[in-house]
Design a protein around this ligand. Structure first.
Ligand code: 1CP
Length: 367
């Protein structure tokens, strides 16, 4: 069963006779996604997927053919179309803005690229105080194409919420210090342990940049934001609390006045969940390792949860996948609100038809 409106609402804006902006605003505010984020009762469990746009979709691969990743992030026509593709295909309850966590760094002039098959690569990795000078504040004019894309998307999406996002200071710092993706984050931790002044100065700069990137997206019309601290799970709780949490908390606090739900997510964060909740988000994203009822206990504070089907479960037979999805939904009931998602991003080899079945299953599940 596909819920009425989730896939068709996007055109409501076109039909001005029946959809005033006030009605649209009310429809949006009453959407299952925003209701669950606020811990209110929902008609069905809302669902979206991290990396729902991207290489698993043939229409994405066709559109991106020959266009470098970063270039596509600064072209509103492509950003709008790529963001809409999974919304149309799956009827998910929220769109995630098509961009990347390094986009605001590129926008202020950091010499970096997103290399196909690798990820973000930074030409001149940061190792000194002098290099911090390149991390100036992000102004809305630096990301004019992002503002234009968000505004166009909000019109197109109608009552379907748009989630804006930013990379959290630790995860951004890991790319800037390592120079690219890393498994053990050795250089990142080396700097953290050996030069705490530089570390805190760097994370403070990145918190300001991430905060203004989120603010820009919300002011342009995003209904919620997600702070991705994807690699924070590599830290012990003590190190997370001492070196990272204050900076993530500063990002979240910097957009609190805007009144939209703030989601905070990382991978392998089972031991950090309580601390991540304390950092101030409204919703904590949980990877696939900790059942949501246990996660909700650790997070506490009346916060909603998001997650957490293993991304590989969609490669299982349908009945195995849906049995696991049912377990996720049942465990999620012990939290004040639950937004269904995978435990991390959609894997590129995922069959889109299987994700469509998963969305239908979650929407049809009797709460
Ligand atoms: O050419 C391509 O298609 C490149 C692949 C790709 C894509 C589709 C990258 C490179 N980024 C993106 C888009 C992207 N990045 C989105 C799109 C919206 C959606 O979810 O549909 C989002 C939310 C991100 C955020 C992002 N980028 C994160 C946090 C989320 C996560 O997955 O943990 C991280 C860590 C990055 C860095 C990054 N960018 C790209 C890659 C391959 C990586 C990871 C590199 C690594 O392993 O360290």
């Amino acid at each position: 069963m596909r819920i009425p409106g989730s896939a068709t609402r996007r055109n409501a804006w076109d039909d001005e006779q029946v959809s005033t902006s006030t009605e649209r605003h009310q429809g949006l505010q009453q959407s299952a996604f925003l209701r669950a984020a606020r811990g209110e009762a929902v008609p069905h469990t809302p669902v979206w997927f991290m990396r729902q746009a991207g290489r698993s979709l043939p229409e994405y691969r066709a559109l991106r053919e020959g266009i470098p990743m970063l270039e596509s992030c600064f072209r509103p026509d492509l950003v709008v179309e790529i963001t809409m593709q999974p919304v149309r295909r799956y009827g998910v309850d929220a769109a995630i803005f098509f961009s990347d966590i390094v986009v605001p760094l590129k926008a202020i002039g950091v010499d970096l690229d997103i290399v196909a098959g690798v990820g973000p690569v930074v030409a001149d990795p940061i190792r000194s105080h002098e290099q911090l000078a390149q991390l100036r504040d992000l102004e809305p004019d630096d990301v004019a194409p992002i503002v234009e894309s968000v505004q166009a998307l909000v019109g197109e999406l109608g009552a379907t919420p748009l989630i804006g996002f930013a990379g959290a200071p630790f995860t951004l710092a890991s790319y800037l210090i390592e120079g690219g993706p890393s498994k053990d984050h050795r250089k990142t931790k080396e700097l953290m342990y050996s030069n705490p002044d530089l570390w805190h100065a760097l994370l403070g700069r990145l918190a300001a940049i991430a905060g203004s990137f989120l603010r820009t997206q919300i002011e342009a019309g995003a209904s919620a934001v997600q702070l991705f601290d994807s690699w924070a799970g590599n830290l012990s709780l003590a190190d997370y609390d001492a070196y990272v949490k204050p900076h993530s908390a500063a990002v979240l606090a910097s957009v609190a006045d805007l009144g939209v739900p703030r989601i905070h997510f990382g991978v392998g964060t089972g031991e950090l969940l309580q601390s991540m909740g304390d950092a101030g988000a409204d919703v904590v994203g949980v990877d696939w390792r900790v059942p949501l009822d246990e996660a909700a206990k650790r997070i506490g504070g009346g916060r909603a949860v998001q997650g957490n089907l293993d991304s590989t479960a969609v490669f299982a037979p349908v009945e195995v996948m849906t049995a696991k999805a049912a377990e996720v939904i049942e465990a999620g009931r012990s939290a004040p609100g639950h937004i269904f998602n995978l435990g991390h991003g959609v894997l590129p080899a995922t069959d889109p038809d299987q994700l469509a079945r998963l969305v239908d299953f979650v929407h049809g599940y009797q709460l």
